[in-house]
Design a protein around this ligand. Structure first.
Ligand SMILES: [Zn+2]
Ligand SMILES: [Zn+2]
Length: 140
């Protein structure tokens, strides 16, 4: 039994080829958007429908097997790295995304200066800037 099969069974999801294909695609290509996931899955399963992939992404996100991230102004992206409160650095120019380990090691990694009585369990941190490729481009 593969790791992915064990993961699906652990959250009571049936093991299906589209679910295994989506998990494998995201393991090999972290932070891709839905259209890219569909293209990657179709390389293995040419007849899978858009709707089937949408449904798989939703089921895997709801059960916590994958994480959905959506930087402001960007399409939703997905990844299999879950549960470690890592953050992302996003290129303002080309949209490239990379992982940044949590600065503290657990959520919330920023202490709010005032909590207004809320019980805060997470700080959503996105670092914005230019990726090495875009930073190296000569200014027009
Ligand atoms: Zn860039
Ligand atoms: Zn990530």
């Amino acid at each position: 039994m593969s790791d992915f099969e064990a993961q699906l069974r652990a959250v009571s999801l049936r093991v299906t080829r589209p679910r295994l294909a989506v998990l494998a695609a995201l393991r090999d290509h972290p932070h891709v958007d839905t259209e890219t996931v569909i293209a990657l899955v179709r390389a293995d399963l040419p007849t899978v429908s858009h709707q089937a992939v949408y449904d798989v992404l939703r089921a895997l996100t709801e059960t916590g097997l994958i994480r959905r991230i959506q930087p402001a102004g960007a399409l939703a992206r997905y990844e299999t790295r879950v549960g470690d409160n890592h953050h992302h650095v996003v290129c303002r120019s080309c949209g490239a995304i990379a992982d940044v380990d949590c600065a503290v090691g657990h959520a919330p990694c920023l202490t709010a200066s005032g909590d207004h009585g809320f019980v805060i369990d997470e700080a959503e941190v996105v670092y914005w800037g230019l990726c090495p490729g875009c930073a190296a481009e000569p200014v027009q």
